[in-house]
Ligand binder design. Sequence first.
Ligand code: F6R
Length: 614
Amino acid sequence: MCGIVGYAGNKSVVDILLDGLEQLEYRGYDSSGIAVKCKDGIKVYKAEGKLGNLRNVLSNCLDEFKTSTCGIGHIRWATHGAPTVLNAHPHTCTCGNLVIVHNGIIENYKELREKLTASGCTFRSQTDTEAVAHLVARKYFEVKDLTEAVRLASKELEGAYALCVMHNDYNNTIVATKRNAPLLIGYGENEFFAASDVPAIIKHTNKAVYLNDNEIATLNPAGIKFIDGEGNVITPRVETLPWEPVALSKMGYKHFMLKEIHEQSDVIRNILIGKLHAPDENIVLNEVKLDKNTLKNLNRIQIVACGTSLHAAMVGKYLIENFCDIAVDVEASSEYIYRKTVTDTHTLVIGVSQSGETADTLTAVKQSKARGSHILIITNRPDSAMAREADSLVPVNAGIEVSVAATKSYTAQLMAFYLLALYMAEIKESMSKTDLQALKAEMMQLPQKVDQILAQTDEIKKCAHAFANTKNFIYVARGINYPTALEGALKLKEISYINATGYPAGELKHGPIAMLDETMPVLSILMLGTVYEKILSNSEEAKARNAQMIALTNSDDKKLDDLFDYIIRVPAVQELFSPIIAMVPLQLLAYYIAEFLGKDVDQPRNLAKSVTVE
Ligand code: F6R
């Protein structure tokens, strides 16, 4: 979380920093700030809340920056200390000569703070970052070299960080380093950039170096220098970024979330291009390196992910077990990394992540890699840190997702799992050719079915408005749609702040049913297939407790009209593909409730799109 950006060049710096921060706002929006080198020294400006507030602060003092061509900026997702101006970055040392921006968490900040306070430093914020500012300043006092000061200070830091540092003694110079947090250095003509992610710099350059842990870059328009953690000069590889600058536009939709929901049929079409040509042809996954022998030698698969990606992983388990007869465990990465996990060379570990940089999932993947497991990554960012750990890769091609609440990337992850499970089944010959062909034919129909749902949103909107003022919401489903219930509930709570929970329908009677009365909406995901009748019975039990009943169904069973107060109908689909068809209306339901309530749909409170801290 948090985004950092730096510029050392020959152009006016403030717009470059603000534009860069705007592209990084998905990483947090609790506060923002910049530090720029002016004629009379470094000046720091900060504001609480969204970037627009910082723009307002700066609009009164733009003349000060006219000649300034070097600066650093930060967008914050608060970890240590409330989201106030005082805790906003950049942070300074006691005398104010050194400024710093930081993404990550310094785990030993308390010890550092005590030591530095005892030696005379004055702390002004509650952040972990301020300890780094004082520490680097102390080292600078000793060695009188900013790069060396950063290197020596880094040795005393525990945790994760990407840092950019400036000092009043240096003109047009930024020192940047990282450990377990992303940082790339962009190359322009007599100008250099530092940023947490590509979108912050891609407008200016597509040439960049991805810094490795402990490497330090010293940026100055006259040239750039890299050293490793031991101080040796190194020459890193300059890569061409596989990105085009894109103008992020809502294309007439009120919110990015609504636009991204409506993009989903095209997302499905895109992921199928080049991977599935016809039902009687094999699936093509060029970057998956699992041959028959490797698959035969696997005794289990573990999937690690967080949040929405975890829900996609739960559907993936269902598919792989069903199609390939291999046991699959799914676990939240944050749980996986702090216990003894039995992974070895006979385990396939699949990491699922939209951003490809979620800290917990990245750590889980690295741990399994160290134990010799084959690592397969499903991600929307093939240029990410996680993708760089992959032995096999399934890019999901959902395009940039701006809304913090994931929608199209979830659908794309599900599609990746369908393709992967069918691909493995083909290699393993664990399904008959006829069954495989039937599934592939059905999969190719999905875009039209999603289009049908998107063309008829009135019923969903009506239902949303009827329940917008509820305090609680229950989603129930069974089997392959249990993850759909979890994801539906997650979408609603994320953007509307309504307390929504997903349950396996059969579990209602083991406790949650006690909460049911006429104030509680229960949404049953009733897709035709193996567990349809079972969920119907569970819905009857809820109705008998006077709950307000909503059905999301592809059945035209007349019985439903008596049982449910609202019915959202979706097209008929083979049960195994119903998670895709069922999720789209649930995304819309959450969207229309939040929109009706006037919530900040694209940037809900307390969240960030990319979670780079554990
Ligand atoms: C929910 C959401 C989050 C992410 C989670 C993992 O809408 O977006 O729950 O799914 O933070 O992020 P990635 O997929 O980037 O690893």
